[in-house]
Design a protein. Sequence first.
Length: 261
Amino acid sequence: LACCTQNINKAKQQERQNPVPVPSGVRQSPIDISTDDSVYDPQLKPLKISYDPSNCLLLRNNGYFFQVEFEDSKDSSVISSGPLKNQYRLKQFHFHWGSKSDRGSEHTVNNQVYPAELHLVHWNPVKCNNSGEAILSENGLAVVGVFLKLGKRHDSLQKLVDALPAVKHKDAAVDFFNFDPACMIPPCSDYWTYPGSLTAPPLTECVTWVIMKDPIEVSPDQLAMFRSLFYTSVGEKQKNMVDNYRPVQPLMKRTVYSTIP
Ligand SMILES: Cc1ccc(O)c(S)c1
Ligand SMILES: [Zn+2]
């Protein structure tokens, strides 16, 4: 399945044909992570991350954000361990960001907002046949979240930033090869983890979230390039692609676990 939008459209079609329960809203994302309320779990191991840059295929503007899509027919770009019972395959990564630097991330930490947040979306090939099925399956997805803060230029990210002008408008897509997403994972392995949902429609409660404690740095110019994209297609009245984040949702009866004593 080419991308999350297609998956979401397919999921909506499947939902119409054989409706699944509408999310009862007991495990919605994103959330505010209260560090004092999170529970240290000494059994939690570091996440194992193994990506093959040659699986990187395409950069696309899907009208919600830009995403980089990966070949996911084999277990060659995967995550495992940490809170995960199975190995999950990388399908795509994307970002959420603000119109200004005082907003943009979806998750917050003690109500602190970051200017942007990276989501690396993985699906469970043990439970599902493809990523489209995974968004309808409990714990079908594992999404790794990484906060972005303003600072020094992220040299490895520049290859992606330089490609953004080619996907300014909705549905634009270009070949994008040999990019290793591991370059965007912070050196510190500490994370929070909790059961949640997609943060975009159909908002299904299918995600094991792993939110890295440390942010990565990007420069103001790099973030400005994110904001230069459009939600709109060529020929439509241009609408800047900014503020594509969902507000935080109620924690309800969930516990956030952490690797941080
Ligand atoms: C599959 C998917 C779609 C949109 C999202 O924001 C996330 S986090 C995951
Ligand atoms: Zn996301």
